[in-house]
Write a protein that binds this ligand. Structure first.
Ligand SMILES: NC(=O)c1ccc[n+]([C@@H]2O[C@H](COP(=O)([O-])OP(=O)(O)OC[C@H]3O[C@@H](n4cnc5c(N)ncnc54)[C@H](O)[C@@H]3O)[C@@H](O)[C@H]2O)c1
Length: 320
């Protein structure tokens, strides 16, 4: 049985990956400091184990990694969210300690591959489209993006000097039932279900691509199981673009909501005009992408979205 460690395991993507791995018969340890994580996201399974721990503190994470032998490690723990990362740049930079701790511990404990979650933010304000792993220059300026860029450099360096295999996963916007309402998709769905206004920064013409979490998890498990993109970088996302205004309109339509759309002044920084990955490499990992309509419907039909947001599903969908 493959033994996997996921940091940030009580978060949206870490807990979703854990479920996918448990379904494939792997054993999963999840660590999280619960800063934005939520224990309700962690899969209940005989082969899943949660350990509360701060990866930025060496002694905390060292005892977890040295007390058992992990085959694969997925480093997902990070301070995330545009607003939070802009407001707390020092906390964001502290995540460099976490990356270094993880690599130092993994290089000495027989880990077969280290997966690092980078972000489309490393491309910064776009210089070309679609954004390609090899040819698009990285243009990171904000602390969050810089930390991801540094993390990528750490991975390459630890492979070069210590032979620790790695894969850098450059995630583009991903959404799903367990994502927090700090992010646009969940925020819009929550507002639409309550018939409250959907608020947009700027005129809503900024475009994004949205990848459903199921596709993200499937791609990563294939990457692991078939030994693909070892010591390499892969964009993980969808290439179907939609403007934020169109997204708001679509969600209102799917949720059959009476919400209106409100416009706020544009954010001063951090809200890139466009994002779109080159998914040539990603297409080797997954062929069939979930449509945006289907993904939004799956969130509206899920139970966990309502539990995490303390919404009464019955009253929302079938108001008296
Ligand atoms: N969701 C996306 O669209 C997206 C896009 C690009 C990159 N990413 C990256 O993917 C990873 C997972 O993101 P997510 O969307 O699941 O966010 P999330 O906030 O749901 O999960 C992150 C988890 O890490 C935990 N954490 C933070 N600092 C920690 C620390 N020092 N020690 C232990 N745990 C800590 C948090 O409590 C949280 O549970 C992050 O590295 C993020 O930067 C996500």
């Amino acid at each position: 049985m493959k033994k996997v460690l996921i940091t940030g395991g009580a978060g949206f993507l870490g807990s979703s990956l854990a479920q996918g791995m448990l379904d494939r018969g792997m054993s999963v340890a999840l660590v999280d400091n619960l800063s934005t994580g939520d224990l309700r996201k962690i899969p209940q399974h005989e082969h899943a184990r949660f350990i509360k721990c701060d990866v930025n503190k060496y002694n905390d994470i060292a005892s977890v990694i040295t007390s058992q032998k992990f085959d694969y490690v997925f480093h997902y723990a990070a301070v995330v969210g545009v607003k939070r990362t802009l407001e707390r740049p020092v906390s964001v930079l502290e995540d460099i300690h976490g990356i270094e701790n993880m690599l130092n511990l993994c290089k000495n404990t027989g880990v077969k591959r280290f997966f690092f979650t980078s972000s489309s933010e490393v491309y910064g304000e776009p210089v070309e489209f679609p954004q390609n792993e090899e040819t698009t220059p990285l243009n990171s300026r904000l602390p969050y993006a810089i930390v991801k860029n540094v993390g990528e450099a750490f991975c390459r360096s630890y492979y070069q000097e210590y032979g620790l295999p790695y894969t850098v996963l450059r995630f583009f916007n991903t959404y799903g039932p367990k994502q927090s309402v700090d992010f646009v998709m969940s925020k819009f769905i929550k507002a639409a279900l309550a018939n409250r206004p959907l608020t947009i920064y700027g005129d809503g013409s900024q475009t994004r691509t949205f990848c459903f979490v199921k596709n993200n998890v499937e791609a990563i498990i294939k990457c692991l199981e078939e030994g693909i993109y070892v010591n390499d970088v892969v964009n993980v996302g969808s290439d179907q673009s939609i403007s934020i205004l169109q997204l708001a309109q679509k969600i209102i339509e799917i949720a059959q909501s009476k919400s209106i759309i409100e416009f706020l002044p544009p954010l001063k920084e951090g809200d890139m005009t466009r994002r779109k990955p080159d998914i040539t490499k990603m297409s080797r990992l997954i062929k069939n992408f979930t449509s945006l309509e289907e993904g939004v419907r799956q969130i509206i039909e899920s139970d966990i979205f309502y539990q995490l947001n303390n919404i009464d599903k019955a009253k929302t969908l079938f108001p008296v």
